[in-house]
Design a protein around this ligand. Structure first.
Ligand code: MN
Length: 493
C-alpha cells in the first residue's frame, strides 16, 4: 500500500577531485550540506534528500553507488559537480547504478560577485563546466537520467526536483507492486490483455490470480459490528440517498472482506470482473470506490494494467492537490471545438476526483444478473488533468498520455446513476481521439488532476518503456511519423 513519502531518501552526491586541496573540499562539503538542508525545508520536496559525500575517487563513487543500490530506503541519487570532477572516475560506479538518477545542474551562488570574484572563487564555483564533463559520461554510457538546470533556490527548480522525486518514487513503487486478480479479463476483450511476464520483468509488477471462492471466505467472515462501523463512516463522508440499506451494508461487507484479503497479501491493486462474481450478491461498486479512495489501484473487467497504473499514480501524487481515478471514455457530446467526453464506468470511479459530496445510491446494473449494487454518485472536479493509458504493443509497453481540461458537467443528467466526469481532451476531441486511437490507447485510463504528462514521461523513461504525449500543440502528421520511428527504434533497442 501507499508509502509515507517522508521515509523515502534521495542520496545527494557531490563530485569533485583531490587537486583543489583540503580547504576547497571542505567548502564544497559545507555548501552541499547547506543546499540539501534548505531543499529539505521546501514544501515542493516530497521526500528526504540526504547529503552523502564529496566524491573524489573512483573507489568512493563505486562504494556509494553500491550502497545506494542495496539500501532499501534509497529511492534514487542526485549528483552535482560543484567543482570539476573528471568523469572517467565515475565510470565504474555509474556502470553499476540500478536506481533513478538525477543530474542537478546548478551552482551554489546565484550571481557573479563583481568585486569579490578572484581565482579562488573561480576554482570553487565551476559547475558551469564541471557538470558538462559529468553530463558527457552519462550520455556516453547511455544512462537513463534526468537533467534539471537552474538556480537551486528558485521555486520552479525546487518544483522540478520534487516532481522528479515523485516519478522516482513511482519507479520504486512499481518494482514492488502486487496486483490481485479476482477473475480473468473480460472474455474476448483485447486491450486489457497483455504479457504479465514482460510487465514483471520491465516494470516489476507481480500480477497473479486468486479464485473468487478464496475471497468469498473473507467476505463471509465479516461481522455485523464491523459493517456497522463502516456504515457510520459512510454516513459521515457521503449523503445516503437510498432506503435500500441492505444493499449498502452488503457493499460494506465487500469492502472489509476485500481490504482484509489485500492487506494480508500485501497487495497494492486489484481487479475483478462482472463475468466472475460466483457467490457474490452484487458487483463491488461502493466497495471498490472506497478502496480506491484509500489508495488501492483498481481495474474492472480484469484490466490489471489500469489497476497497477492507478496504484503507481496515486502513490506518486500523494500530498498533491487533486485526485486520481480509474476512468473510461463513455460517451461524447459533439459541439465542434468544444466537444466533450463524458467519462464514467459501470460503478467504479474514485471519489478523490469528486467536486461535490458524493451520494450513495442503489440502482439496477443491467449487466451481470446480480442484485442492485450501491455506488457513490457524484460530479467530477474541473480543471487541468491528464488521462493515461498503458498498452501492450507485443514486445514492448507503450504509455499514452492526453492532456485534458475537465469541466463541470454541462447538464445535470438526473437519470444517470453513476459518478461522472466531463472533459475536453486537448487540443480538441477530433484531434485527440484520432491521435489516441492511432496510438492504440485503451477505453480504460487513469485520470489524474494532480500529475502532469512530465511526471509520467520521467517515470516511463526510468522504466524504459515508450511514452506518447497528446498535448495541446500536437501536430498529427508529426505524431504519426513519431509513432513510425518509435516502432523502429524500439525494435532495434
Ligand atoms: Mn470498463
Amino acid at each position: 500500500m501507499m508509502k509515507d513519502l517522508k521515509t523515502c531518501q534521495f542520496w545527494f552526491i557531490t563530485g569533485s577531485q583531490h587537486l583543489y586541496g583540503e580547504e576547497t573540499l571542505k567548502k564544497v562539503a559545507e555548501h552541499s550540506e547547506s543546499m540539501v538542508e534548505k531543499l529539505n525545508q521546501a514544501n515542493q520536496i516530497p521526500a528526504e534528500i540526504v547529503f552523502k559525500i564529496v566524491a573524489t575517487t573512483s573507489e568512493a563513487i563505486e562504494n556509494i553507488i553500491e550502497e545506494a543500490n542495496y539500501d532499501k530506503s534509497c529511492v534514487g541519487i542526485i549528483t552535482w559537480m560543484h567543482t570539476f570532477s573528471p568523469s572517467k572516475m565515475w565510470i565504474r560506479g555509474l556502470g553499476k547504478l540500478q536506481k533513478p538518477y538525477l543530474h542537478l545542474h546548478t551552482q551554489f551562488n546565484r550571481e557573479i560577485p563583481n568585486e569579490d570574484i578572484d581565482m579562488d572563487f573561480m576554482n570553487l564555483n565551476q559547475a558551469a563546466h564541471g557538470d558538462r564533463e559529468h553530463g558527457f559520461i552519462g550520455t556516453r554510457m547511455r544512462l537513463p537520467r534526468k537533467v534539471i538546470v537552474g538556480y537551486w533556490e528558485d521555486k520552479h527548480v525546487k518544483e522540478k526536483i520534487g516532481l522528479w522525486m515523485r516519478s522516482a518514487i513511482g519507479v520504486m513503487t512499481s518494482k514492488k507492486l502486487k496486483v490481485a486478480r479476482f477473475g480473468d479479463n473480460m472474455r474476448d476483450v483485447a486491450v486489457t490483455e497483455g504479457d504479465k511476464v514482460e510487465a514483471q520483468i520491465k516494470l516489476g509488477w507481480s500480477v497473479n490470480t486468486y479464485p473468487v471462492g478464496d475471497l468469498l471466505a473473507y467476505i463471509d467472515a465479516v461481522s455485523e459490528a464491523e459493517i456497522d462501523a463502516i456504515v457510520k463512516e459512510y454516513e459521515q463522508a457521503y449523503i445516503i440517498k437510498t432506503d435500500n440499506i441492505e444493499s449498502v451494508r452488503y457493499q460494506a461487507r465487500l469492502e472489509i472482506g476485500m481490504e482484509t484479503f489485500l492487506k494480508k497479501g500485501g497487495f497494492d491493486a486489484f481487479v475483478n470482473t462482472f463475468e466472475d462474481l460466483n457467490g457474490m450478491k452484487q458487483l463491488p461498486g461502493l466497495a471498490s470506490q472506497r478502496l480506491m479512495e484509500k489508495g488501492y489501484g483498481f481495474g474492472p473487467e480484469g484490466d490489471w494494467k489500469v489497476a497497477a497504473m492507478t496504484s503507481v499514480m496515486k502513490t506518486m501524487a500523494q500530498g498533491l492537490v487533486g485526485g486520481t481515478s480509474l476512468m473510461e471514455d463513455y460517451t461524447y457530446h459533439f459541439a465542434g471545438e468544444e466537444s466533450l467526453i463524458l467519462g464514467s464506468h459501470m460503478l467504479e470511479i474514485c471519489p478523490t476526483v469528486a467536486a461535490t459530496k458524493p451520494s450513495i445510491e442503489v440502482h439496477p446494473l443491467g449487466i451481470g444478473g446480480k442484485d442492485d449494487p450501491a455506488r457513490l454518485v457524484f460530479e467530477g472536479a474541473s480543471g487541468k488533468a491528464i488521462c493515461a493509458s498503458l498498452i501492450d504493443m507485443g514486445g514492448r509497453l507503450r504509455l499514452i498520455v492526453n492532456d485534458i481540461l475537465a469541466v463541470k458537467p454541462i447538464m445535470a443528467m438526473p437519470n444517470l446513476p453513476v459518478a461522472r466526469v466531463m472533459w475536453k481532451p486537448l487540443p480538441n476531441l477530433e484531434t485527440s481521439a484520432e491521435a489516441w486511437i492511432t496510438a492504440g490507447g485503451a477505453h480504460h485510463s487513469v485520470i489524474s488532476f494532480s500529475l502532469t504528462a512530465n511526471e509520467l514521461r520521467d517515470w516511463a523513461n526510468m522504466m524504459d518503456i515508450e511514452f506518447v504525449h497528446i498535448a495541446e500543440d500536437i501536430d498529427l502528421y508529426r505524431f504519426k511519423q513519431d509513432l513510425l520511428i518509435a516502432d523502429l527504434a524500439w525494435k532495434l533497442k
